[in-house]
Design a protein around this ligand. Structure first.
Ligand code: PA5
Length: 447
Protein backbone atom coordinates (compact mmCIF):
# COMPACT_ATOMS: atom_id res chain seq x y z
CA UNK A 1 0.00 0.00 0.00
CA UNK A 2 1.34 3.42 -0.90
CA UNK A 3 0.54 5.83 1.86
CA UNK A 4 0.84 9.38 2.98
CA UNK A 5 4.15 9.97 4.69
CA UNK A 6 5.46 12.46 7.19
CA UNK A 7 8.78 14.23 7.34
CA UNK A 8 9.79 15.73 10.67
CA UNK A 9 13.36 16.56 9.69
CA UNK A 10 12.64 20.30 9.62
CA UNK A 11 11.72 20.31 13.30
CA UNK A 12 15.35 19.50 14.19
CA UNK A 13 16.96 22.25 16.18
CA UNK A 14 13.60 23.34 17.56
CA UNK A 15 13.21 20.32 19.83
CA UNK A 16 16.02 18.55 21.63
CA UNK A 17 17.80 15.66 19.88
CA UNK A 18 16.28 12.42 21.08
CA UNK A 19 13.16 14.14 22.47
CA UNK A 20 10.86 12.19 20.14
CA UNK A 21 12.30 8.91 21.47
CA UNK A 22 12.14 10.13 25.05
CA UNK A 23 8.36 10.60 24.96
CA UNK A 24 7.69 7.31 23.17
CA UNK A 25 6.36 5.67 26.32
CA UNK A 26 4.04 8.59 27.08
CA UNK A 27 2.66 8.62 23.55
CA UNK A 28 2.17 4.85 23.42
CA UNK A 29 0.40 5.00 26.77
CA UNK A 30 -1.92 7.64 25.32
CA UNK A 31 -2.57 5.41 22.33
CA UNK A 32 -3.21 2.44 24.60
CA UNK A 33 -5.73 4.52 26.55
CA UNK A 34 -7.67 4.97 23.33
CA UNK A 35 -7.61 1.31 22.48
CA UNK A 36 -8.42 -0.09 25.90
CA UNK A 37 -10.99 2.67 26.38
CA UNK A 38 -9.58 3.72 29.74
CA UNK A 39 -9.21 7.47 29.08
CA UNK A 40 -11.53 10.46 29.51
CA UNK A 41 -14.33 10.58 26.95
CA UNK A 42 -14.15 6.83 26.41
CA UNK A 43 -17.82 6.70 25.48
CA UNK A 44 -16.96 8.62 22.27
CA UNK A 45 -14.57 6.16 20.69
CA UNK A 46 -16.87 4.76 18.03
CA UNK A 47 -14.67 6.37 15.34
CA UNK A 48 -11.57 4.40 16.36
CA UNK A 49 -12.37 1.25 14.42
CA UNK A 50 -15.08 2.78 12.30
CA UNK A 51 -13.41 2.43 8.88
CA UNK A 52 -12.93 -1.34 9.16
CA UNK A 53 -16.45 -1.80 10.49
CA UNK A 54 -18.13 -0.20 7.47
CA UNK A 55 -19.73 -2.94 5.40
CA UNK A 56 -20.08 -3.12 1.64
CA UNK A 57 -23.87 -3.30 2.16
CA UNK A 58 -23.86 -0.03 4.07
CA UNK A 59 -21.93 1.73 1.33
CA UNK A 60 -24.27 0.27 -1.27
CA UNK A 61 -27.27 1.60 0.59
CA UNK A 62 -25.75 5.06 0.99
CA UNK A 63 -24.94 5.10 -2.72
CA UNK A 64 -28.50 4.06 -3.60
CA UNK A 65 -29.87 6.97 -1.54
CA UNK A 66 -27.40 9.32 -3.20
CA UNK A 67 -28.51 8.09 -6.60
CA UNK A 68 -32.19 8.52 -5.77
CA UNK A 69 -31.65 12.11 -4.62
CA UNK A 70 -29.38 12.86 -7.56
CA UNK A 71 -31.92 11.67 -10.11
CA UNK A 72 -34.59 14.01 -8.80
CA UNK A 73 -32.39 17.04 -8.09
CA UNK A 74 -30.33 19.66 -9.88
CA UNK A 75 -29.20 20.86 -6.47
CA UNK A 76 -28.88 19.04 -3.14
CA UNK A 77 -28.72 21.26 -0.07
CA UNK A 78 -26.66 19.83 2.78
CA UNK A 79 -27.85 21.41 6.02
CA UNK A 80 -25.55 21.21 9.03
CA UNK A 81 -22.85 22.99 10.99
CA UNK A 82 -19.54 22.12 12.65
CA UNK A 83 -18.99 18.38 12.68
CA UNK A 84 -22.23 17.91 10.78
CA UNK A 85 -20.92 19.92 7.83
CA UNK A 86 -17.15 20.32 7.63
CA UNK A 87 -16.12 16.75 6.82
CA UNK A 88 -18.42 16.46 3.83
CA UNK A 89 -17.40 19.87 2.52
CA UNK A 90 -13.70 19.12 3.05
CA UNK A 91 -13.84 16.00 0.90
CA UNK A 92 -16.22 17.37 -1.73
CA UNK A 93 -14.16 20.55 -2.24
CA UNK A 94 -10.87 18.65 -2.28
CA UNK A 95 -11.99 16.29 -5.02
CA UNK A 96 -14.44 18.21 -7.17
CA UNK A 97 -13.77 20.41 -10.15
CA UNK A 98 -13.09 23.89 -8.77
CA UNK A 99 -15.73 25.36 -11.08
CA UNK A 100 -18.17 22.53 -10.58
CA UNK A 101 -21.11 24.82 -9.92
CA UNK A 102 -20.75 26.30 -13.43
CA UNK A 103 -20.52 23.02 -15.34
CA UNK A 104 -23.49 22.49 -17.62
CA UNK A 105 -22.89 18.80 -18.38
CA UNK A 106 -23.09 17.26 -14.96
CA UNK A 107 -22.95 13.70 -13.69
CA UNK A 108 -23.97 14.74 -10.19
CA UNK A 109 -26.15 17.48 -8.74
CA UNK A 110 -24.59 20.64 -7.39
CA UNK A 111 -24.10 20.35 -3.64
CA UNK A 112 -24.67 23.57 -1.71
CA UNK A 113 -24.65 24.19 2.02
CA UNK A 114 -27.05 25.80 4.44
CA UNK A 115 -27.33 26.10 8.20
CA UNK A 116 -23.57 26.55 8.61
CA UNK A 117 -24.15 30.23 9.39
CA UNK A 118 -27.00 32.57 10.29
CA UNK A 119 -26.40 34.93 7.41
CA UNK A 120 -29.73 36.33 6.27
CA UNK A 121 -28.40 37.42 2.87
CA UNK A 122 -26.73 34.04 2.30
CA UNK A 123 -29.91 32.16 3.15
CA UNK A 124 -32.19 34.47 1.17
CA UNK A 125 -29.93 34.21 -1.89
CA UNK A 126 -29.93 30.43 -1.59
CA UNK A 127 -33.73 30.36 -1.43
CA UNK A 128 -33.90 32.59 -4.52
CA UNK A 129 -31.66 30.17 -6.39
CA UNK A 130 -33.63 27.12 -5.29
CA UNK A 131 -36.99 28.55 -6.24
CA UNK A 132 -36.11 27.84 -9.90
CA UNK A 133 -34.35 24.51 -9.37
CA UNK A 134 -35.34 20.98 -8.59
CA UNK A 135 -33.79 20.36 -5.23
CA UNK A 136 -33.60 17.98 -2.28
CA UNK A 137 -32.32 18.43 1.25
CA UNK A 138 -30.03 16.36 3.44
CA UNK A 139 -30.45 17.71 6.95
CA UNK A 140 -27.77 16.67 9.42
CA UNK A 141 -27.79 17.31 13.15
CA UNK A 142 -26.67 14.88 15.81
CA UNK A 143 -28.46 16.70 18.60
CA UNK A 144 -31.32 17.63 16.31
CA UNK A 145 -31.63 20.95 18.11
CA UNK A 146 -28.83 23.18 16.79
CA UNK A 147 -30.17 26.67 16.01
CA UNK A 148 -28.37 27.40 12.72
CA UNK A 149 -29.38 24.26 10.80
CA UNK A 150 -32.83 24.24 12.42
CA UNK A 151 -33.58 27.75 11.06
CA UNK A 152 -32.26 26.88 7.59
CA UNK A 153 -34.20 23.61 7.52
CA UNK A 154 -37.45 25.35 8.46
CA UNK A 155 -37.05 27.70 5.50
CA UNK A 156 -36.04 24.95 3.08
CA UNK A 157 -38.91 22.71 4.15
CA UNK A 158 -41.30 25.60 3.64
CA UNK A 159 -39.95 26.13 0.13
CA UNK A 160 -40.19 22.42 -0.68
CA UNK A 161 -43.79 22.44 0.53
CA UNK A 162 -44.56 25.39 -1.78
CA UNK A 163 -42.95 23.73 -4.78
CA UNK A 164 -43.92 20.07 -4.49
CA UNK A 165 -46.96 17.97 -3.50
CA UNK A 166 -46.85 16.67 0.10
CA UNK A 167 -46.02 13.10 -0.91
CA UNK A 168 -43.04 14.30 -2.92
CA UNK A 169 -41.70 16.59 -0.20
CA UNK A 170 -40.97 13.68 2.10
CA UNK A 171 -38.98 11.97 -0.64
CA UNK A 172 -36.88 15.08 -1.07
CA UNK A 173 -35.67 15.11 2.51
CA UNK A 174 -33.17 12.78 4.18
CA UNK A 175 -32.43 13.34 7.86
CA UNK A 176 -29.20 12.21 9.54
CA UNK A 177 -29.54 12.38 13.28
CA UNK A 178 -29.66 10.55 16.60
CA UNK A 179 -31.31 7.12 16.70
CA UNK A 180 -34.01 8.18 19.13
CA UNK A 181 -33.54 11.69 20.60
CA UNK A 182 -33.99 15.27 19.40
CA UNK A 183 -36.45 17.39 17.46
CA UNK A 184 -35.13 16.25 14.07
CA UNK A 185 -35.66 12.58 14.94
CA UNK A 186 -39.23 13.33 16.08
CA UNK A 187 -39.99 15.28 12.91
CA UNK A 188 -38.37 12.70 10.62
CA UNK A 189 -40.36 9.86 12.18
CA UNK A 190 -43.58 11.83 12.05
CA UNK A 191 -43.16 12.90 8.42
CA UNK A 192 -41.68 9.61 7.21
CA UNK A 193 -38.34 10.93 5.95
CA UNK A 194 -35.62 8.47 5.11
CA UNK A 195 -33.11 8.64 7.95
CA UNK A 196 -29.58 7.62 8.83
CA UNK A 197 -28.30 7.36 12.37
CA UNK A 198 -25.25 9.11 13.80
CA UNK A 199 -23.91 6.62 16.33
CA UNK A 200 -24.03 7.77 19.96
CA UNK A 201 -20.33 7.06 20.38
CA UNK A 202 -19.13 9.17 17.44
CA UNK A 203 -18.82 12.91 18.11
CA UNK A 204 -19.55 15.45 15.38
CA UNK A 205 -15.93 16.20 14.49
CA UNK A 206 -15.16 12.48 14.12
CA UNK A 207 -18.26 11.70 12.04
CA UNK A 208 -17.11 12.20 8.45
CA UNK A 209 -16.97 8.45 7.78
CA UNK A 210 -20.55 7.94 9.01
CA UNK A 211 -23.48 8.89 6.73
CA UNK A 212 -22.90 12.49 7.92
CA UNK A 213 -20.03 12.67 5.44
CA UNK A 214 -20.57 9.65 3.24
CA UNK A 215 -24.03 10.57 1.92
CA UNK A 216 -23.19 14.13 0.78
CA UNK A 217 -19.87 12.90 -0.63
CA UNK A 218 -21.64 10.17 -2.62
CA UNK A 219 -24.22 12.72 -3.84
CA UNK A 220 -21.33 14.82 -5.17
CA UNK A 221 -20.43 11.83 -7.35
CA UNK A 222 -17.30 10.84 -5.42
CA UNK A 223 -16.13 7.32 -4.70
CA UNK A 224 -16.97 6.56 -1.07
CA UNK A 225 -15.59 3.02 -1.36
CA UNK A 226 -12.12 4.36 -2.10
CA UNK A 227 -12.47 6.96 0.65
CA UNK A 228 -13.27 4.24 3.17
CA UNK A 229 -10.54 1.99 1.79
CA UNK A 230 -7.99 4.74 2.39
CA UNK A 231 -9.25 5.14 5.95
CA UNK A 232 -9.14 1.36 6.54
CA UNK A 233 -5.55 1.22 5.33
CA UNK A 234 -4.62 4.08 7.65
CA UNK A 235 -6.42 2.32 10.52
CA UNK A 236 -4.06 -0.59 9.87
CA UNK A 237 -1.01 1.67 9.49
CA UNK A 238 -1.73 3.30 12.86
CA UNK A 239 -2.82 0.19 14.78
CA UNK A 240 -1.32 -0.38 18.26
CA UNK A 241 1.07 -3.09 17.02
CA UNK A 242 2.80 -0.74 14.59
CA UNK A 243 6.19 0.49 15.80
CA UNK A 244 6.14 4.00 17.28
CA UNK A 245 8.57 5.38 14.71
CA UNK A 246 6.67 3.78 11.83
CA UNK A 247 3.28 5.05 12.93
CA UNK A 248 2.52 8.49 11.45
CA UNK A 249 -0.16 9.26 14.05
CA UNK A 250 2.01 8.57 17.11
CA UNK A 251 4.87 10.57 15.60
CA UNK A 252 2.70 13.55 14.68
CA UNK A 253 1.14 13.54 18.17
CA UNK A 254 4.61 13.39 19.71
CA UNK A 255 6.22 16.11 17.63
CA UNK A 256 3.39 18.64 17.92
CA UNK A 257 3.30 18.17 21.72
CA UNK A 258 7.07 18.63 21.91
CA UNK A 259 6.84 21.82 19.86
CA UNK A 260 4.03 23.04 22.10
CA UNK A 261 6.21 22.46 25.15
CA UNK A 262 8.82 24.66 23.47
CA UNK A 263 6.36 27.55 23.25
CA UNK A 264 5.07 26.88 19.75
CA UNK A 265 1.47 27.52 20.66
CA UNK A 266 0.03 27.95 17.16
CA UNK A 267 0.06 25.31 14.47
CA UNK A 268 -0.59 26.50 10.94
CA UNK A 269 -1.88 23.90 8.50
CA UNK A 270 -0.53 24.89 5.12
CA UNK A 271 -1.73 23.78 1.71
CA UNK A 272 -0.62 24.70 -1.79
CA UNK A 273 -3.90 23.66 -3.40
CA UNK A 274 -6.94 25.88 -2.97
CA UNK A 275 -9.12 22.75 -3.07
CA UNK A 276 -7.78 21.85 0.37
CA UNK A 277 -9.12 24.98 2.06
CA UNK A 278 -12.01 23.15 3.68
CA UNK A 279 -9.88 20.19 4.66
CA UNK A 280 -8.05 22.71 6.83
CA UNK A 281 -11.38 24.00 8.17
CA UNK A 282 -12.29 20.43 9.14
CA UNK A 283 -8.85 19.94 10.74
CA UNK A 284 -9.26 23.20 12.68
CA UNK A 285 -12.48 21.96 14.24
CA UNK A 286 -10.99 18.53 14.94
CA UNK A 287 -7.96 19.85 16.79
CA UNK A 288 -9.49 23.05 18.15
CA UNK A 289 -12.47 21.38 19.82
CA UNK A 290 -10.44 18.39 20.93
CA UNK A 291 -7.51 20.18 22.55
CA UNK A 292 -8.52 23.74 23.39
CA UNK A 293 -9.64 23.37 26.99
CA UNK A 294 -8.48 23.80 30.58
CA UNK A 295 -6.46 26.84 29.37
CA UNK A 296 -4.34 24.52 27.23
CA UNK A 297 -4.02 23.56 23.60
CA UNK A 298 -2.27 24.49 20.38
CA UNK A 299 -4.25 27.09 18.43
CA UNK A 300 -5.01 25.54 15.02
CA UNK A 301 -4.77 28.03 12.18
CA UNK A 302 -4.60 27.53 8.43
CA UNK A 303 -3.38 29.25 5.29
CA UNK A 304 -3.75 28.61 1.56
CA UNK A 305 -0.42 29.15 -0.16
CA UNK A 306 0.78 30.65 -2.36
CA UNK A 307 -2.28 32.95 -2.08
CA UNK A 308 -1.68 33.74 1.59
CA UNK A 309 2.06 34.18 1.15
CA UNK A 310 0.98 37.54 -0.25
CA UNK A 311 -0.91 38.38 2.92
CA UNK A 312 0.24 36.27 5.86
CA UNK A 313 3.72 35.50 4.56
CA UNK A 314 5.29 38.49 6.32
CA UNK A 315 3.86 37.50 9.70
CA UNK A 316 4.90 33.91 9.34
CA UNK A 317 8.42 34.84 8.26
CA UNK A 318 9.11 37.50 10.88
CA UNK A 319 6.29 37.79 13.42
CA UNK A 320 6.24 36.36 16.95
CA UNK A 321 8.07 33.03 16.98
CA UNK A 322 5.34 30.97 18.60
CA UNK A 323 4.26 29.10 15.47
CA UNK A 324 5.00 25.94 13.58
CA UNK A 325 3.72 24.78 10.23
CA UNK A 326 2.30 21.47 9.10
CA UNK A 327 2.37 21.40 5.31
CA UNK A 328 0.12 19.15 3.26
CA UNK A 329 2.25 18.56 0.20
CA UNK A 330 0.53 16.93 -2.76
CA UNK A 331 3.12 15.10 -4.83
CA UNK A 332 1.50 15.32 -8.26
CA UNK A 333 -1.25 17.33 -9.92
CA UNK A 334 -4.13 15.48 -11.56
CA UNK A 335 -4.09 17.75 -14.61
CA UNK A 336 -1.24 18.81 -16.87
CA UNK A 337 -0.68 22.45 -17.77
CA UNK A 338 2.52 24.13 -18.88
CA UNK A 339 3.64 27.75 -18.84
CA UNK A 340 3.47 28.91 -22.46
CA UNK A 341 6.28 30.64 -24.29
CA UNK A 342 5.76 34.22 -25.45
CA UNK A 343 7.65 35.82 -28.29
CA UNK A 344 7.95 39.24 -26.62
CA UNK A 345 8.63 37.89 -23.14
CA UNK A 346 7.67 41.26 -21.63
CA UNK A 347 6.92 39.62 -18.28
CA UNK A 348 10.28 37.82 -18.34
CA UNK A 349 8.61 34.47 -17.81
CA UNK A 350 10.12 32.64 -20.74
CA UNK A 351 12.60 30.98 -18.38
CA UNK A 352 9.57 29.02 -17.16
CA UNK A 353 8.21 28.19 -20.61
CA UNK A 354 7.44 24.50 -20.91
CA UNK A 355 7.50 23.90 -17.17
CA UNK A 356 4.47 22.43 -15.48
CA UNK A 357 2.47 24.87 -13.34
CA UNK A 358 2.78 22.24 -10.62
CA UNK A 359 6.56 22.46 -10.77
CA UNK A 360 6.40 26.20 -10.19
CA UNK A 361 4.05 25.53 -7.26
CA UNK A 362 6.44 22.91 -5.88
CA UNK A 363 9.42 25.26 -6.06
CA UNK A 364 7.35 27.89 -4.26
CA UNK A 365 6.63 25.26 -1.63
CA UNK A 366 10.24 24.18 -1.19
CA UNK A 367 11.52 27.76 -1.22
CA UNK A 368 8.99 28.70 1.43
CA UNK A 369 9.87 25.67 3.53
CA UNK A 370 13.53 26.69 3.75
CA UNK A 371 12.72 30.39 4.24
CA UNK A 372 10.31 29.67 7.08
CA UNK A 373 12.65 27.21 8.80
CA UNK A 374 15.42 29.83 8.49
CA UNK A 375 12.99 32.33 9.99
CA UNK A 376 12.47 30.14 13.06
CA UNK A 377 9.34 28.23 12.05
CA UNK A 378 9.59 24.45 12.53
CA UNK A 379 8.04 22.53 9.71
CA UNK A 380 6.26 19.18 9.55
CA UNK A 381 5.58 17.95 6.01
CA UNK A 382 2.83 15.50 5.15
CA UNK A 383 3.26 14.12 1.63
CA UNK A 384 0.13 12.97 -0.17
CA UNK A 385 0.83 11.08 -3.42
CA UNK A 386 -2.24 12.43 -5.20
CA UNK A 387 -5.53 14.16 -4.53
CA UNK A 388 -8.05 11.36 -4.72
CA UNK A 389 -10.58 9.62 -2.50
CA UNK A 390 -8.13 6.97 -1.32
CA UNK A 391 -5.50 9.37 0.00
CA UNK A 392 -8.04 11.79 1.46
CA UNK A 393 -9.47 8.78 3.34
CA UNK A 394 -5.99 8.07 4.70
CA UNK A 395 -5.49 11.68 5.67
CA UNK A 396 -8.80 11.84 7.53
CA UNK A 397 -8.12 8.81 9.67
CA UNK A 398 -4.49 9.79 10.24
CA UNK A 399 -5.54 13.17 11.63
CA UNK A 400 -8.35 11.67 13.74
CA UNK A 401 -6.12 9.06 15.29
CA UNK A 402 -3.30 11.51 15.97
CA UNK A 403 -5.78 13.94 17.51
CA UNK A 404 -7.05 11.40 20.04
CA UNK A 405 -3.49 10.48 21.02
CA UNK A 406 -2.31 14.08 21.10
CA UNK A 407 -5.19 15.15 23.34
CA UNK A 408 -4.33 12.46 25.88
CA UNK A 409 -0.64 13.43 25.77
CA UNK A 410 -1.71 17.02 26.44
CA UNK A 411 -3.78 15.79 29.37
CA UNK A 412 -7.27 16.79 28.23
CA UNK A 413 -10.41 14.93 27.23
CA UNK A 414 -10.22 15.11 23.43
CA UNK A 415 -13.83 14.07 22.98
CA UNK A 416 -15.88 16.71 24.77
CA UNK A 417 -16.50 20.38 23.95
CA UNK A 418 -17.98 22.01 27.06
CA UNK A 419 -16.88 25.48 25.91
CA UNK A 420 -19.17 25.64 22.89
CA UNK A 421 -22.24 26.04 25.11
CA UNK A 422 -21.33 29.45 26.58
CA UNK A 423 -22.27 31.58 23.57
CA UNK A 424 -25.44 29.58 23.01
CA UNK A 425 -26.74 30.33 26.50
CA UNK A 426 -26.19 34.07 25.99
CA UNK A 427 -27.68 34.03 22.49
CA UNK A 428 -30.80 32.25 23.76
CA UNK A 429 -31.16 34.73 26.60
CA UNK A 430 -30.79 37.70 24.23
CA UNK A 431 -33.32 36.21 21.83
CA UNK A 432 -35.82 35.68 24.66
CA UNK A 433 -35.93 31.89 24.48
CA UNK A 434 -38.37 30.57 27.12
CA UNK A 435 -36.45 29.35 30.17
CA UNK A 436 -33.66 31.96 29.84
CA UNK A 437 -35.54 34.97 31.29
CA UNK A 438 -33.29 35.32 34.34
CA UNK A 439 -30.11 35.61 32.30
CA UNK A 440 -31.60 38.09 29.82
CA UNK A 441 -31.70 41.13 32.10
CA UNK A 442 -28.22 40.59 33.54
CA UNK A 443 -26.80 40.09 30.09
CA UNK A 444 -28.40 43.19 28.58
CA UNK A 445 -26.76 45.32 31.27
CA UNK A 446 -23.34 44.03 30.20
CA UNK A 447 -23.71 44.88 26.53
O1 PA5 B 1 -18.41 19.04 17.46
C1 PA5 B 1 -19.44 19.51 17.87
O2 PA5 B 1 -20.06 19.05 18.80
C2 PA5 B 1 -20.10 20.67 17.18
O3 PA5 B 1 -19.30 21.41 16.33
C3 PA5 B 1 -21.24 20.09 16.40
O4 PA5 B 1 -20.73 19.26 15.39
C4 PA5 B 1 -22.12 21.16 15.81
O5 PA5 B 1 -22.52 22.05 16.80
C5 PA5 B 1 -23.34 20.54 15.17
O6 PA5 B 1 -24.05 19.81 16.11
P1 PA5 B 1 -25.30 18.95 15.72
O7 PA5 B 1 -24.86 17.90 14.80
O8 PA5 B 1 -25.81 18.41 17.01
O9 PA5 B 1 -26.30 19.88 15.07
Amino acid sequence: MQKISIDFSKTKGFIADGAVQQIEKEVLTAQQKLHDKSGAGNDFLGWLNLPSSITAEHLKEVKATAERLSKQSEVVVVVGIGGSYLGARAVIDALSNSFDFLQSERKAPVVVYAGQNIGEDYTAELLDLLSNKDFSVVVISKSGTTTEPAIAFRLLKELLEKKYPAAEVKDRIVAITDASKGALRTLADREGYQTYVIPDDVGGRYSVLTPVGLLPIAIAGLDIEQLVKGAVDMETATAPGVAYDQNPSTLYAAVRNLLYQKGKTTEILVNYHPKLHFLAEWWKQLYGESEGKENKGIFPAAVDFTTDLHSMGQWIQEGERNIFETVISVEGANRKLEVPSDKDDLDGLNYLAGKRIDEVNKMAELGTLVAHVDGGVPNIRISVPQLNEYYIGQLIFFFEKACGISGYVLGVNPFDQPGVEAYKKNMFALLGKPGFEKETEALRKRI
